[in-house]
Write a protein that binds this ligand. Structure first.
Ligand code: ADP
Ligand code: MG
Length: 567
């Protein structure tokens, strides 16, 4: 019509569009996430305004929803909402220009970036939002009418240099975005977005927890073979994490956990929290009942998903959970992040690090609670994940104290029960101030070790540590509750100094040393290939000799482990 106005994109917008069209994003499917997210925001705004702005009180907000329409003949996909809509001025301001500060500087950096991955991560800081439509469409037609106004506007562009706007009468309130799709091209990452099942799959993956219904008309085949078109709601809308804890049932938590984890058992523990303040987020985390078979394989991924305001951003978000807690499943929904935030950015974001610290404390705290309140359940969790948690003693020095409290270990005290370090300390003999342990391949090897003899004879409790990782953490942990951890197979362990009454007199010791004065140097030189030194010991009772490591030596088990890892 005569009211068509052709406008030029702002220079920065043009540059950004060029980047988008020339595929900075390897994952093109996300265009739908962006459009649905905008539609969802528009529905939020309309509802809010209808509640607060007297001018809009007449608007019917009883059926706010998003609908997706596929037109195979026209090769279009339309995302429609009955939300707030935009005025003509809004359109030019919001869609035609990039008001965000720092755009020019960012574009400069992108141009200078050496590779696609860097460019992608830079653009992620910014977020392409609506423009992502041009990744999959060679023309986009947007029709919109602002709630409370009489006429609507159409905006159309091929994403090159200009766009056209015109006034259109008779539009419903809300916005429709019609994508004239590029042909599917698997090499370019362009799926067939006319395919109903593809659309369903993308919605399920990226927008399942959007709290407005996302509907699509679909062909259904009845029992007689007749077909009918019916409207389906594609998303579950269950943003469980955003609901107050008191309003969620255990069944709902379990169902949600099973949906995200594909586990068939209920979780062993649920942690649900909300953080308010400068960086708001909700987190719903689960400790599974059973470890996955690949928990210790090299590239097991962490299990926390990141959402931004109900919009799915990524799986396996390593920035939110340390490696040793990779078995924790769940969702973190952060309110103040860009939808296009990348893994690299997350890794370096100070606030995300803060979130992670807090989540780790929450998970470890929940485990500690379980340990004191439900020892039986805790024992099962420890049996499944204890080995991973012990990696935390090596990786996460911030939480050494809590992790040490969580440790359960076999011990000579009771062959049928594990002990905590706290319980060990409570049983320590008068005058004993170190925690004794021995590492080895199995309980039997450790129990039958000659090193055990003197300790058994004198009634000292020894922890029996048989995980390869035990060799590592016991060396790194300074002490538990002021008590050093000491291997009974390393360095000098002089039991006589701590046990009372049995101390060998100086004269006796001197005589014993005299007796062996010739033998020891001879043994040392004869065995020089195998051992560093042969010396007298008070640690044996029935065996004639044993091999002792230097205080700082790598133990045989650890040596094996290093070799297995190819180091
Ligand atoms: P962002 O969502 O991060 O603001 P976008 O590029 O996705 O950036 O969208 C730009 C703006 O255009 C939005 O902030 C909103 O004001 C407007 N907008 C986009 N889509 C819609 C819609 N469906 N309804 C109303 N306004 C919209
Ligand atoms: Mg957006």
């Amino acid at each position: 019509g005569s009211n068509v106005e052709t406008l030029e994109f702002q220079a920065e917008t043009r540059q950004l569009l060029r980047l988008v069209i020339h595929s900075i994003y390897s994952n093109k499917d996300i265009f739908l996430r962006e459009l649905i997210s905008n539609a969802s925001d528009a529905l939020d705004k309309l509802r809010l305004e209808s509640l607060t702005d007297s001018g809009l009180t007449g608007i019917d907000t009883s059926d706010l929803h998003i609908s997706l329409e596929i037109d195979a003949d026209a090769r279009t996909l339309t995302v429609r909402d009955n939300g707030i809509g935009m005025t003509r001025d809004d359109l030019v301001d919001l869609i035609g220009t990039i008001a965000k500060s720092g755009t020019a500087a960012l574009l400069e950096k992108i141009k200078e970036s050496k590779d696609a991955a860097t460019a992608e991560s830079l653009i992620g800081q910014f977020g392409v939002g609506f423009y992502s439509a041009f990744m999959v469409a060679d023309k986009v037609t947007l029709r919109t009418r602002r709630a409370g106004t009489d006429s609507g506007t159409q905006w159309e562009s091929d994403g090159e240099g200009t766009y056209a706007v015109q006034t259109v009468d008779g539009l419903p309130v809300g916005t429709s975005v019609t994508l004239h799709l590029k042909p599917a091209d698997s090499e370019d990452g362009l799926a067939d977005y006319l395919s109903e099942s593809k659309i369903r799959q993308i919605v399920k993956r990226y927008s399942d927890f959007i709290r407005w219904p996302i509907r699509m008309a679909a062909e259904h085949t009845g029992t007689e073979g007749e077909t009918a078109r019916e409207t389906d709601t594609l998303n579950s809308m269950k943003a469980l994490w955003a609901r107050p804890r008191t309003e969620v049932t255990e069944d709902e938590y379990n169902e949600f956990y099973q949906q995200i984890s594909h586990d068939w058992l209920p979780p062993a523990e649920t942690v649900h929290m909300r953080a308010e303040g400068t960086f708001e987020y909700e987190a719903l985390l689960f400790v599974p009942s059973q470890a996955p078979f690949d928990l210790f394989s090299r590239d097991t991924k962490p299990g926390v998903q990141l959402y931004v305001k109900r919009v799915f951003i990524m799986d396996d978000c390593e920035a939110l959970m340390p490696n040793y807690l990779r078995f924790v499943k769940g969702v973190v929904d952060a309110h103040d992040l860009s939808l296009n935030v990348s893994r690299e950015i997350l890794q370096h974001d100070r606030q995300i690090r803060g979130v992670r610290r807090r989540l780790v404390k929450k998970v470890l705290g929940a485990l500690k609670d379980m340990q004191s309140k439900d020892a039986e359940r805790y024992a099962k969790v420890w049996a499944q994940f204890g080995r991973a948690l012990k990696e935390g003693l090596v990786e996460d020095t911030d939480n050494t104290e809590t992790l040490l409290q969580l440790v359960s270990a076999a011990s000579t005290h009771d062959p049928d029960k594990t002990t905590t370090l706290r319980e060990y300390v409570e049983r320590m003999k008068d005058g004993q101030d170190t925690i004794y342990y021995l590492t080895g391949e199995s309980r039997a090897t450790v129990e039958n070790s000659p090193h055990m003899e003197a300790f058994a004879a004198k009634g000292y409790e020894v922890l029996i540590l048989t995980d390869p990782i035990d060799e590592v953490w016991v060396d790194q942990v300074p002490a538990f509750d002021g008590h050093r951890l000491q291997s009974i197979a390393k360095g000098q362990v002089d039991l006589d100094e701590s046990a009372d009454g049995e101390k060998e007199s100086d004269a006796e010791k001197a005589r014993r040393e005299q007796d062996f004065a010739a033998l020891l140097p001879w043994l040392t030189s004869t065995l020089s290939e195998q051992v560093k030194q042969v010396r007298l010991s008070s640690r044996l009772t029935t065996s004639a000799a044993c091999i002792v490591g230097d205080a700082h030596d790598v133990t045989p088990t650890l040596e094996k482990m290093y070799r297995a890892m190819g180091q």
